[in-house]
Design a protein around this ligand. Sequence first.
Ligand code: GDP
Ligand code: IMO
Ligand code: MG
Length: 430
Amino acid sequence: MHKNIVILGTQWGDEGKGKIVDFLSSNSAYTVRFHGGHNAGHTLVVNGKKIILHLIPSGLLYPNVIGIISNGVVISPFELVKEIKMLEKNNYFISQRLFISESAPLILPYHVAMDLAREKKLGINSIGTTGRGIGPAYEDKIARRALRIGDLKNIKKLSKKLEVIVDYYNNQLVSFYKEQSISYKKILQDLLKVRDIVYNMIQDTATILHKAIEDKKRIIFEGAQGTFLDIDHGTYPYVTSSNSTIGGVITGTGVGPKNLDYILGITKSYTTRVGKGPFPTELFDETGDYLSKKGKEFGSTTGRKRRTGWLDGVALRYAVKINSLSSLCITKLDVLDDLEQIKICTSYKDVNTSQIYKDFSIFNLENISPVYETHPGWMKKTSGIKKIEDLPEEARNYLNRIEEIAQIPIDIISTGPDRSDTILVKSLFF
Ligand code: GDP
Ligand code: IMO
Ligand code: MG
């Protein structure tokens, strides 16, 4: 019996994690966002209606699910309140069942200003961040000067700390980056406006989760971003500033590895990446354009066009190992429906020495070209199919090959954006 489930992205984000968290949440008691911030964009489609969540856990569309934003997340209180209100407008009322760790660092306007100023200064060498202040907020956490959401409980103390930190950032913004200064008073006023809305949500979430474990309630941990955007294991420096791999769950929640029963890697049936950085299987031809159009590959957070390419088996094997994945969920299979041929990268070749690399290393992504094997497409519609046996034979062969390459089973297949377009190969809840 798989009690607690961790959902992680195995590529560069946008694999369809939100959809799968939503799908699995009908059988769960808690959903936890444990790292990242509102740089994430998780799209859920229920009966044709689309909701994009950035900060709020995706399980909360089910009325009985409790949401946790744990200590590993960096929180813009303004974005949080905006999202709560957006959900209320859509008839999802969550304020009584959302709890936020008092230790979660705040993202405030000076983080956003610094993120944008740095990217501007880097020019062509920019990272292509989402501009949400994520990097600077995590810097503050590590530098031990962050304001945390728990500080909202003591406004006197918070206002003093805030004054010092705004001064620290204004120095850099104005003198070094030649940007506008940030008003300390305005931030304080705005914080006072949102404080009452979030006050009762601020809790010791590690204790809430320990109690849930004791009570044998199922918890879903919702990863954001993906393995190759991880600060330690990704394509540094073109990464985000948190651990989007398995370790992030543990440090980001206070729940230990013994309680992570099943680790599901979400893998798009091809690859996409937003922002800059290496991408070995990237396509610059009409197939790339086709994937982009058919897969509607535009960022859910920034609206930027996503870069597209074939599935990278070398990178996938690395993601399986780095995260100790139990199994895979393959998403967007339907996007490949009309292709005559489908490729998978199985190794990399050094373009200078012709040496073949079977293993992914973030240190040898320069001067390599992908080695592909080609599979026949199925040229049939897969959306609406409910059982794996009913998928076209070529699609099953393609999935079998992915299992062979990854050396773990595929337990879920997604064939459309809607919650209902999902094939559960093996029940995770027996
Ligand atoms: P996340 O960040 O991993 O949650 O993924 P995003 O929501 O940013 O991007 C995934 C996109 O693909 C969203 O627009 C989803 O609605 C959509 N999607 C998810 N699964 C499928 C699928 O199986 N087929 C198709 N066609 N779209 C899907
Ligand atoms: P979800 O959860 C795809 C990328 C940005 C940029 C890099 C650093 O929806 O999969 P940041 O703003 O985090 O400092 O940007 O990381 N990035 C994502 N790409 N999906 C995401 O989240 C992302 N979150 C950050 O595009 O390249
Ligand atoms: Mg996304």
